[in-house]
Design a protein around this ligand. Sequence first.
Ligand code: FES
Length: 398
Amino acid sequence: MSNSGSPCNGQPSQAPSLSSVPTHGQPLWLLAELTYKCPLQCPYCSNPLDFANFETELTTQQWLDVFQQGRELGAVQLGFSGGEPLVRQDLTELIAGASEMGYYTNLITSGVGLNERKMAEFQQAGLDHIQVSFQASDESVNTMLAGSKKAFKQKLKMAREVKAQGYPMVLNFVTHRHNIDRIDRIIELCVELEADYVELATCQYYGWAVENVKQLLPTREQLERAERITNEYRDKLAAAGNPIKLIFVTPDYYEERPKKCMNGWGQVFLTVTPDGKALPCHSARMLPIEFPNVTEMTLQQIWDESPGFNHFRGDGWMKEPCRSCDEKEDDFGGCHCQAYMLTGDMHNADPVCSKSEHHELILNARAKAETVTDNPAEFVYRNERNSRIIATDSLTDS
Ligand code: FES
């Protein structure tokens, strides 16, 4: 095996202590992407561009088997995601099964398709936590991004219902150049909805967001302003005794060192796609690696033995500058999906790293963000039609 990794510190050769023999822990966090179907069409969706090619979905029993195997491997937290997981008619059954197995369960939803009755049913089935995602703090931007005129009102209604039914209130706002300047209004909306936790997550560039990076990446000034305002609100709200937690996530495009993606490849995180592909991260499906399917192997074989999960464990795969870098234990070379998307070689260092020979790609993207004219008409929306066009185009190109 070859590969990528993290930055070098400019000191030659002597590789630090990270073992070249792959070691790994347990998959503590299991993410069940129940379906790729979704009524919304956000242009920053992290689903694969060619999601329309994967129509098969695991059955209820197959999912329950996966959850059981996950528990036996040590998984404690289970996220139901998609697509929109509410599309699955067996969601209550899946929640009940997972809850009985002892998972802490989390529904990650747009709120579209949810209602009071379903929410109560999920609670009865043992659901611990609902995270509702918003596109914006006002209806027009929300509609422009989600592609649905009804979504904003429905989200507000469901967010209030989450609170009324006693779930922890977790709201997620993906921020980008079209909504980040309204961060004060976003925070005020969260306060109004009595949120307990708010993720103000600046868009990360995977899946559809890569297609739309030009229209999504904020300028440094926008980002710094948003962070400053968030900090001011944090202080103000804490002083007023409001326990709301505001979590601000910056895009790694404005960092000089890459993130320790997924806390390390195949270390704690396991995703299963609607059709049963097991992945070490939600984006890995696009990599030129053969990943196993839960219908063909047990989760234990997948986690411990499959080449896909072992590919980036340890440091044997690293090439320079990562191999001799004294920071490689901090970030494991950054994000392999990002390295692949931007440089065409997943074994390269994540270009976010200023030590990467490809870091200029990130600098260029930042520079471009300063000159772009906002134009929502340029968005490529995440929908089946566009997915099929992109999938066909990539076949023609290859
Ligand atoms: Fe796949 Fe970072 S998202 S390694």
